[in-house]
Structure formats: C-alpha cells, structure tokens
Design a protein around this ligand. Structure first.
Ligand code: ADP
Ligand code: MG
Length: 173
C-alpha cells in the first residue's frame, strides 16, 4: 500500500453533490482505501476563461493501484460524473488530480507527479495542509510560501459539510 493524495474540484452544476459522489466512488475502487478527507472550501477560479467559483477538497488514499491505473480509475469517475473536456481550464463538473503518489517523481505529459501546479495552488495546499501538514511543510520547505499564498485570499470560504450540519442543527434547536 502507498499513500496518495487526490485533489478534487468542481465548478459546474451541483458542485457539492459531484464532490460527494466522487468521494463515494473513490471508496469503491479496488485495492484502495480512503483514509482522510479534508473540508470542502470554496475558491475563486485561478485559470482559464471567466467562470464560477470552485468547491475543492483533498482526499488521502492508501492504494495498491499503480499510478497509471489510478489515473485511469479517476478519469473513469470523472466521465461517469458528466465531465466533458472542451478547452483547457474550462469549467468542470468534476476534476480529480493525482497530487502526490508515495514519493514518486515522474514527468510524463499524461501523468506528472507531483502535480505540476501543486505549489502555487492555495486551493490545493490549504486542504492538503489540513489533512497532511507534514507533507505540505516538506513540499514548501521552511520558507513562508504558505503565508504568502494565504494572503492572496484565493480561498473565499470554508464550506465544510460538518460546519453546515452544525449550523442547521443550531437553527433547528
Ligand atoms: P487539469 O490540468 O485542469 O486538471 P484535465 O483534468 O483536463 O486538466 O487533465 C489534462 C490531462 O492532464 C489529463 O489527460 C492527464 O493525462 C494529465 N495529467 C498529468 N498529470 C496529471 C496528474 N497528476 N493528475 C491528473 N491528470 C494528470
Ligand atoms: Mg485534472
């Protein structure tokens, strides 16, 4: 078993449902176990044409799937959740990226690990830091890059499912 981190994003349609179903499907992958799930955050789009805000989260899995097997499995989940590839960085119902896979470093066009834009994406580093702070510290080194990223205010809102539940409970009581 190796540990891998999957970045999940959605900015089209029922974003929360797409993310919830994607995680449910990750849980059914063969020889794979979902071990940690970050909160879901709402973030501003960083790239591509004008488009709606994203919901993002990061999931930690333990898996025996090889990297390309995992990529294929993720693409299958994306396809089952209405993902249509048009132009680069277009709005998407669901995006599942392999952020890290054990300590592997590979640089092929079809699969680049660590994910090439991981370090400049606060919407990835934030949720990743929540579930794997050591990993983020290692990625960023001792420098204050994380604080700089935080100041960019890329993360507009924390919309954790847990928080929402608490709020609803409070309203009811
Ligand atoms: P985005 O870069 O916005 O996530 P896509 O989801 O459309 O764009 O992915 C484009 C291609 O990136 C995929 O066809 C896939 O082969 C490739 N790719 C390279 N590295 C990775 C990775 N670490 N995780 C997921 N896809 C990757
Ligand atoms: Mg992708």
């Amino acid at each position: 078993m190796v540990t891998s981190f999957i970045g999940i994003g959605s900015n089209l349609g029922d974003r929360a449902r797409y993310i919830t179903v994607a995680i449910r499907q990750l849980k059914t992958l063969p020889i794979t176990r979902v071990s940690k799930i970050s909160r879901i955050i709402e973030t501003l789009p960083q790239e591509g044409p004008a488009q709606g805000k994203f919901l993002n989260c990061v999931v930690q899995i333990e898996t025996e799937l090889f990297p390309y097997q995992l990529l294929q499995a993720l693409q299958k989940i994306e396809a089952s959740l209405d993902r249509v590839r048009t132009v680069k960085n277009a709005p998407r119902t669901i995006d599942l990226d392999i952020l890290l896979y054990a300590d592997i470093s590979m640089h092929e066009e079809a699969l680049c690990i660590p994910h090439p834009r991981i370090l400049r994406r606060a919407f990835v580093l934030g949720p990743l830091k929540e579930i794997a702070p050591d990993v983020v510290n290692r990625l960023l080194g001792a420098g204050g890059k994380w604080n700089n990223l935080k100041r960019k205010k890329a993360i507009v809102k924390k919309v954790s499912m847990r928080q929402r539940k608490t709020k609803n409970n409070r309203q009811r009581s």
